[in-house]
Design a protein around this ligand. Structure first.
Ligand SMILES: [Zn+2]
Length: 149
């Protein structure tokens, strides 16, 4: 069996799933844009990326409390969604092998940037900023075991 990679995985129906940026409709009234999901080409089932599930769950919980919003950008709250959105925006003709490379280097670039920011926040002894940066970093570094190799 082939190991799932970042861009593709197999669906329970046996079809192939590929990564897309998706707009979710919550409670038939709130649009959540920029959610990275895997979509099946065979049965059209979709599921969020494992690395964003926790943040997406938190957002949905928040929306349950206050429903005055009509549209929310998930990419503004999650580093994975943000990096993927930017990378996809730069791709007009999608060539999977290059896209994966582009995503990997975009993620690595973002991690480097956040580490720099963290250093700077730490040097400025700005605890709040350090914490915020640490949360953004953890969004990218957790649940990506591929990176360990
Ligand atoms: Zn399927």
């Amino acid at each position: 069996m082939l190991k799932d990679n970042l861009l593709k995985k197999s669906c329970s129906c046996g079809g192939g799933m590929t990564i897309h940026m998706h707009t979710l409709i919550y409670s038939a009234k709130v649009k959540i844009t920029g959610v990275p999901v895997y979509t099946c080409g065979e049965c059209s089932r979709y599921e969020p990326l494992p690395s964003i599930k926790r943040d997406l769950g938190m957002l949905i919980k928040e929306l349950g409390g206050s429903s005055d919003k009509r549209q929310v950008s998930f990419a503004e709250r999650n580093e994975w969604a943000n990096v993927l959105k930017e990378t996809f925006a730069g791709f007009t003709t999608v060539e999977l092998s290059h896209l994966e490379e582009a995503i990997n280097s975009a993620i690595q670039g973002r991690i480097d940037l956040l580490l720099d920011i963290y250093q700077f926040a730490s040097a400025s002894v700005d605890r709040e900023w350090m914490e915020e940066t640490a949360i953004r970093l953890s969004q990218l570094t957790q649940s990506s075991p591929e990176r360990a190799k």
